[in-house]
Design a protein around this ligand. Structure first.
Ligand code: AHR
Length: 324
């Protein structure tokens, strides 16, 4: 596995030592603790709420001083937060990028300031991957493939066309791009499957409902399957399907991604057919990575979060075990 050593960790240690001599300012004044600037995407979904709680709990420990900022799903807010962390001379910046592109400049500023960056959950597209130390998150392409494989498996008895509508996540975000790619990799090989409508619901329940209403208006009863890039949009869409007088989970089969409690409840009620797990509870793993990066230890460039797929028949037994 590719290893990555951030010499910056050593410079952090040096800055702590110097702060001890000079009385230092900014982040270095908290000698012994790692000051982390964390910029979160927002609070758009149950998944995100669980992720924020996990990160806050892990970085709330004695080793850390956490500066947390909520970007409200806006890249410009994240860039502002990152610049403010740089100005405050935090020891490590961690952030979950709203979208993939547009980070080059601010990441160069962090690098010039010798502040290592840890990406959480979502990837960035940059020409130089030394602009970040490591990324901890899920394999979104594989999640899309898993949703596609579930659909293939569940369609064994179907001989005619399968008309699919797709609720995409935030435009330009890594999970939206990758989940779509993975899903298509699997279903495109089988001519029965056609995605007849595909639009962003921005990962929220409200938007998921609104866009599903529009799909139903345009397609009437000619929708066989809904693929939603997250559970929240699926839950919003379930409401729209019911309001249209149809039975979610039966008239329209639904597969989504995340594995939040709300999805298990919907599966238990027979309204959602399957959810592909995307585990948000990586706060402790992140904390350890940050410790290693700050100490200048080698870290893998990519750290994978473990996850599975759950179907309706497992919902009742799994629900009490769900931690998010
Ligand atoms: O980046 C992870 C995605 O972001 C989750 O699937 C979704 O629920 C969240 O908003």
């Amino acid at each position: 596995m590719k290893q990555n050593v951030w010499v910056l960790g050593a410079s952090w240690l040096l800055s702590l030592a110097l702060a001890g001599c000079s009385g230092g300012g900014g982040a270095a004044a908290d000698a012994g603790r790692i000051t982390v600037g964390f910029s979160q995407v927002g609070a758009e979904s149950e998944w995100r709420t669980a992720n924020t709680a996990s990160v806050k709990q892990a970085l709330g420990g004695a080793d850390f001083k956490l500066k947390f900022s909520d970007a409200q799903q806006k890249q410009e807010n994240q860039i502002k937060a990152l610049r403010s962390f740089i100005a405050q001379r935090v020891n490590v910046i961690a952030f979950s990028p709203v979208v993939e592109s547009g980070w080059e400049t601010v990441l160069r500023e962090a690098k010039a300031a010798n502040i290592p960056v840890v990406l959480t959950d979502r990837a960035v597209k940059v020409s130089d991957d030394s602009l970040y130390a490591t990324l901890i998150g899920s394999d979104f392409v594989e999640e899309g493939r898993r949703a596609g494989r579930w659909l293939l498996d569940d369609s064994k008895q179907v001989t005619g066309p399968v008309r699919i509508v797709e609720l995409q996540g935030t435009v330009g975000s890594a999970p939206a791009i990758d989940r779509m790619k993975g899903f298509h990799e699997v279903i495109d090989a089988d001519k029965r499957f056609q995605v007849v409508r595909s639009q962003s619901g921005d990962f929220t329940r409200a938007k998921g409902k609104e866009v599903m209403e529009a799909f139903l208006k345009a397609e009437g009863r000619n929708i066989d399957v809904l693929f939603a890039h997250n559970d929240d949009m699926a839950i919003g869409a379930i409401q729209a399907i019911e309001e249209a007088g149809l039975k979610p989970g039966q008239d329209i089969r639904i597969v989504s991604i995340d594995g939040v409690r709300g999805a298990f409840e919907a599966m238990k009620a027979g309204k959602l057919n399957a959810t592909v797990e995307c585990n948000p509870l990586f706060g402790e793993q992140l904390a350890q990575l940050i410790r290693d990066v700050a100490a200048g230890k080698p870290v893998p460039k990519r750290v994978q979060v473990q996850e599975g797929v759950f179907t309706r028949d497992q919902a009742e037994a799994e629900l009490p075990k769900r931690k998010y």
